[in-house]
Design a protein around this ligand. Structure first.
Ligand SMILES: [Zn+2]
Length: 387
């Protein structure tokens, strides 16, 4: 059976799957990321895990996976296939797409950002299924978002789009990990709510789930903490809605597990704040912690069907000047067997072994731009939202 490898690398655990053409999870596996063993061991562990999945698929379905998708935390350049920076996992400018493709006998590999990849799955096969414009927001340790447009997510020019957690909603407010003050993340993430409730209740280690339970039980101190967080969240989300006009707003992450304790006051607070804006449908995420893996599978299949969005492998091949047999020739005409006729979009079968050479080329050009980007990456914290 034709299948792809999907891999979701988190700060503490990795989830992997073999995914069929209809999106079905054929096989799932999990293991520790093992960051205490150091960055080199983490990367080796990712490559080994992918290779084991390839062998498993080969053994079970008579043929190896035809592509792979991998989602990683931190700052990701999907177009060049480079994991640019992760504070948690310790890498910088890691050419992960090329390393994986090499290890997987040259199959095409897509590299995605964890929250955008999870958001892609929520928008296409989860809570936003069928919607053309969505905003996915994960309220975890931090806050991050994914902007969905016509079945793909928008990465921005530098891979920073969707960072809604750093919209300032309370100028001069609490310090944020990014260096600013009063960011949404510092007020309304599960982490921030947990800290506020621990301080208010005097119970060290109390978390957002404890606060939600106390709210449901009518504790006035918890209600106060919760109300402030919801007000900040509504301010931030109304800013996003004003800018993006999404049809569906999908909320995930630890704080969303509070269910209607969160959604009822949040819908009311947003309704209070809008004037001319149209409120989107505000819905909880549906895929839980499998979203990243399902999204990685979608990225992999997109490589083969040519329906990929921004940051896709198809875009990266174009970046490599199209000299390989699968790219368009300089005359812009279709080049080589397997290139889809007359269009700039690669069709099924157009990614051959020669593509891994293309990916190396792209990675080198990413390296040469490193110095330009050092200041940006240095000043940007790694936000790894536990969705
Ligand atoms: Zn911030």
């Amino acid at each position: 059976m034709k299948h792809v490898i999907a891999l979701d690398v988190g700060g503490t655990g990795m989830k992997a799957a073999l995914v069929g053409a209809d999106g079905t999870l054929l096989y799932e596996a999990r293991r520790a990321t093992g960051r205490e063993r150091g960055t080199g061991a983490v990367v080796a562990g990712i490559l080994d895990f992918a290779a084991e999945l390839r062998d498993h698929g080969h053994h079970r379905y008579g043929r190896p996976a035809v592509a792979a998708g991998v989602a990683v935390p931190g700052i990701v350049d999907s177009e060049r296939g480079v994991a640019k920076y992760s504070a948690n996992l310790g890498w910088r400018d890691l050419p992960l797409r090329a390393l994986l493709s090499e290890r997987l006998a040259g199959v095409p590999v897509a590299l995605g950002h964890d929250v955008r990849t999870g958001g892609l799955a929520e928008g296409r096969v989860g809570a936003g299924r069928g919607t053309d414009r969505f905003l996915f927001v994960a309220l975890g340790t931090g806050i991050a978002g994914a902007i969905g447009i016509d079945g793909a997510t928008e990465a921005g020019a530098h891979g920073y789009a969707g960072e809604i957690g750093h919209i300032v909603v309370r100028p001069g407010g609490p310090a944020c990990g990014c260096g600013n003050r009063g960011c949404l993340e510092a007020l309304a993430s599960a982490g921030a709510v947990g800290r506020a409730w621990a301080a208010a209740s005097g119970v060290p280690g109390a978390d957002a789930a404890d606060c939600a339970r106390a709210v449901a039980a009518g504790d006035p101190g918890a209600v106060r903490v919760w109300r402030e967080a919801v007000a900040a969240l509504a301010d931030g989300l109304v800013t996003a809605v004003t800018l993006l006009d999404p049809r569906t707003l999908i909320i995930g992450g630890g704080l969303a597990e509070a269910g209607e304790t969160l959604f009822t006051p949040l819908r009311a607070a947003m309704a209070e704040r809008v004037t001319f804006q149209r409120l989107p449908a505000i819905v909880p995420a549906a895929l839980g912690d499998t979203a990243g893996c399902l999204g990685a599978g979608l990225l992999a299949w997109d490589l083969l069907t040519g329906s990929a969005g921004p940051g896709s492998y198809a875009g990266a091949a174009g970046h490599g000047a199209g000299s390989g047999p699968a790219g368009s020739g300089p005359d812009g005409g279709p080049a080589g067997p397997g290139a889809s006729a007359g269009s700039g979009t690669a069709g099924p079968g157009s990614y051959t072994v020669s593509e891994s050479a293309e990916s190396h080329k792209s990675d080198e050009s990413a390296e040469s731009h490193k110095s330009d980007e050092t200041n940006e990456t240095e000043s940007t914290p790694d936000r790894e939202v536990s969705a």
